[in-house]
Design a protein around this ligand. Structure first.
Ligand SMILES: [Zn+2]
Ligand SMILES: [Zn+2]
Length: 281
């Protein structure tokens, strides 16, 4: 199976792979640029080559990019163009590095209404992919906690965005246990988990799930709070993770920790050990 964590790129994008390998990750999530800046200097050929070399050496095959936090493709104001340029940069960088999937927070309508926002997100993605027909990077729309005017907190909203896109082969979904629970999807018992997955299957199809973020949370069910914490130490406990890790439908889906790194990489080692203890074979 593909189990890992979000890893730091300080020292270069390839460092996420080296750090990931050092703690036994078989999947890694990374930013390809600073997550709180719109743009970055273009990748140098040498950086790209190093990344390919290190990837081959580590053998970590399942890699997922998380896009920057400033991007809001639903933005009704001037920052929409900045978001478009930044998302374009994300797709180009992922393509240059040979990465196949970028996770995107769908966007926030900022008061213009949900229908407006969902359509603007789809239109934006259509424009970007039309501009770059040779880029084969998929955009994974992440389920959000539904804070403020954030969109994407129901499976139906994600389905609505995808239904308005032109090339369906370019899209997938990223689940996040913390966000789903905050959005009102219970996964704490086998019954609740199955019920939530039935809803997912009906709205989108489980095959569209191409990445899963494993985070416990301080928040309550439906509380719309995006508060990540260590596996087993929050409201979720370990049961949702046992269910996900042993669900054969997700055997080939990268599962990635985004838990706090209070003790640096030691925190990831600890959380990975908890996850591995839940594996049933
Ligand atoms: Zn995210
Ligand atoms: Zn996440």
């Amino acid at each position: 199976m593909y189990l890992g964590a979000h890893m730091s790129i300080s020292g270069g994008v390839h460092n996420a792979l080296i750090e990931g390998e050092s703690i036994g990750c078989t999947a890694v999530q990374l930013f390809t640029k600073s997550n709180n800046r719109w743009q970055a200097p273009p990748l140098k050929d040498s950086e790209i080559q190093t990344f390919y070399d290190v990837r081959q050496k580590t053998g970590i095959d399942k890699l997922v990019v998380h896009t920057g936090y400033l991007i809001n493709l639903a933005n009704p104001s001037d920052n929409w163009q900045k978001s478009m340029d930044s998302m374009e940069t994300e797709l180009v960088r992922a393509h240059q590095l040979g990465l196949e999937m970028v996770v995107l927070h769908p966007g926030s309508h900022l008061g213009q209404g949900e229908e407006f926002g969902l359509k603007r997100i789809a239109d934006s993605l259509n424009q970007l992919y039309a501009k770059h027909p040779s880029i084969n990077v998929k955009t994974l729309l992440e389920v959000t906690a539904g804070q403020g005017t954030n969109l994407g907190y129901t499976f139906e909203q994600l389905a609505q965005i995808i239904s308005m896109t032109h090339d369906k082969s370019k899209y997938g979904i990223c689940l996040d246990t913390c966000h789903m629970f905050a959005a009102g999807y219970d996964i704490r018992t086998e019954k609740a988990y199955n019920n939530t997955l039935d809803k997912l299957e009906k709205a989108l199809g489980i095959d569209l799930v191409m990445a899963i973020h494993l985070n416990d949370t301080y928040g309550q069910l439906g509380g719309k709070k995006d508060r990540h914490t260590h596996i087993g130490e929050g409201t979720l406990g370990t049961e949702p993770f046992r269910l996900l890790l042993n669900d054969p439908r997700f055997r080939n889906v990268p599962m990635l920790l985004e838990t706090p790194k209070d003790d640096g990489i030691q925190s990831d080692i600890k959380n990975l050990a908890v996850l591995k203890s839940l594996l049933e074979q």
